[in-house]
Design a protein around this ligand. Structure first.
Ligand SMILES: C[S@@+](CC[C@H](N)C(=O)[O-])C[C@H]1O[C@@H](n2cnc3c(N)ncnc32)[C@H](O)[C@@H]1O
Length: 269
C-alpha cells in the first residue's frame, strides 16, 4: 500500500495524505483504513492504477467512484449528470436561514442527481416536492437517489423543460440552473468541459437567460407568500437587478457564497 500511495502521490503531484484520500475514495474505504492496509492484491492495485489513468485524463473522481457527498447524504452520481458543488450545499444553508416560513410545497427546476430536493426534504420534513429536469439521464439518476433515501412518497419527478408540465402553486421555487455565460464555457477546466453535460452549464449568451425565464414564468406558479431562490453566476448581479427593476419586482436580494461571491438570488423572501 505504501508503494501505491507513493505512486498516486507522484502521478497526481500531491502529498501522500491527499494520495491516501484519493485511494480511499476509489476503494470506498476510510482514509485510516488505507494506512492500516499492508499488502494489497494485484487486482486492487491494477484497479487503482487504471482509475488513476482516467483521473489523469481529467475524469472527475465522482464519475469514477459514482458517489458524491452532499451535506449529510452520500448519493449516486452517474456520468453525464452534473456533479453537485459546494456552493449548492451552502444554498441549502441560506434557504434554511433566510426563509421565515417552512415551505410546504416546493418546486425544483433542473434536479440533476437530486441533491437540492433531497436536502430540502430533510430540512423541511413536512414538505412535498415536485422536481423537473429535461435530461432523461438526470431524472433516472435522481430517481435512484430518491428511492435509496426512501423519499419517493415526498419527491415527485417529471421529465420536462422548465415549467412546461407544472400547473400547481408552490411556496418555494428553487433552481440551480445552467448559468455559465456561453463565451466563458471554453475557459472552464478541461475536466468540466470534457466530462460534464453542456446542458447543465450553458446559460446562454449572457448567463442570465435561463434565470430570467425562471423568474417570469415562475411568478405564475408561486403562492401568495411564495419565494423563489436561484443560484446565479457572480457576474450576473447587475444584469439581473436591471431585469427585476424593469419587470417591477422590488422584493429581492442577493447573497454571497462561502467564497465571497454573489451566488444566490432570493425573490419575495
Ligand atoms: C447546474 S445543473 C444543477 C443540477 C442539480 N440541481 C445540482 O444543483 O447539482 C442544471 C440542471 O438543469 C437541467 N436543465 C437544463 N435545461 C433545462 C430545462 N430547460 N428544463 C429543466 N431542466 C433543465 C440540466 O439537465 C441539469 O440537470
Amino acid at each position: 500500500m505504501r508503494e501505491l500511495i507513493e505512486t498516486v502521490s507522484r502521478e497526481l503531484a500531491t502529498d501522500s495524505d491527499s494520495a491516501a484520500s484519493v485511494i480511499a475514495a476509489l476503494l470506498g474505504r476510510k482514509r485510516y483504513e488505507v494506512y492500516m492496509k499492508g499488502e494489497i492484491g494485484d487486482c486492487i492495485r491494477a484497479k487503482v492504477l487504471s482509475q488513476l489513468r482516467q483521473m489523469k485524463k481529467g475524469k472527475p473522481i465522482e464519475y469514477i467512484t459514482r458517489t458524491v457527498q452532499f451535506r449529510d447524504h452520500v448519493l449516486r452520481i452517474d456520468p453525464g449528470v452534473f456533479i453537485p458543488r459546494t456552493e449548492t450545499e451552502y444554498l441549502i444553508e441560506m434557504i434554511h436561514n433566510r426563509l421565515r416560513n417552512h415551505p410546504k410545497r416546493i418546486l425544483e427546476i433542473g434536479i440533476g442527481c437530486g441533491v437540492i430536493s433531497i436536502a430540502l426534504a430533510s430540512v423541511y420534513p413536512n414538505a412535498c416536492i415536485i422536481a423537473t429536469d429535461v435530461s432523461a439521464q438526470a431524472i433516472a439518476n435522481a430517481r435512484q437517489n430518491i428511492m435509496d433515501q426512501a423519499l419517493e412518497r415526498r419527491i415527485n419527478l417529471v421529465q420536462c423543460s422548465m415549467y412546461d408540465c407544472i400547473a400547481d402553486e408552490f411556496d418555494l421555487i428553487v433552481s440551480n440552473p445552467p448559468y455559465i455565460p456561453r463565451p466563458r464555457l471554453n475557459r472552464l477546466p478541461r475536466s468540466v468541459r470534457k466530462f460534464e453535460p453542456i446542458l447543465a452549464l450553458d446559460g446562454g449568451v449572457h448567463g442570465v437567460e435561463f434565470t430570467q425565464r425562471l423568474i417570469l414564468e415562475g411568478k405564475e406558479c408561486l403562492s401568495d407568500d411564495g419565494v423563489m431562490v436561484f443560484e446565479i453566476d457572480d457576474d450576473a448581479v447587475a444584469a439581473l437587478t436591471r431585469f427585476l427593476d424593469d419587470h417591477g419586482i422590488d422584493s429581492f436580494f442577493f447573497l454571497k457564497d462561502l467564497f465571497g461571491r454573489s451566488r444566490y438570488l432570493f425573490i419575495g423572501a
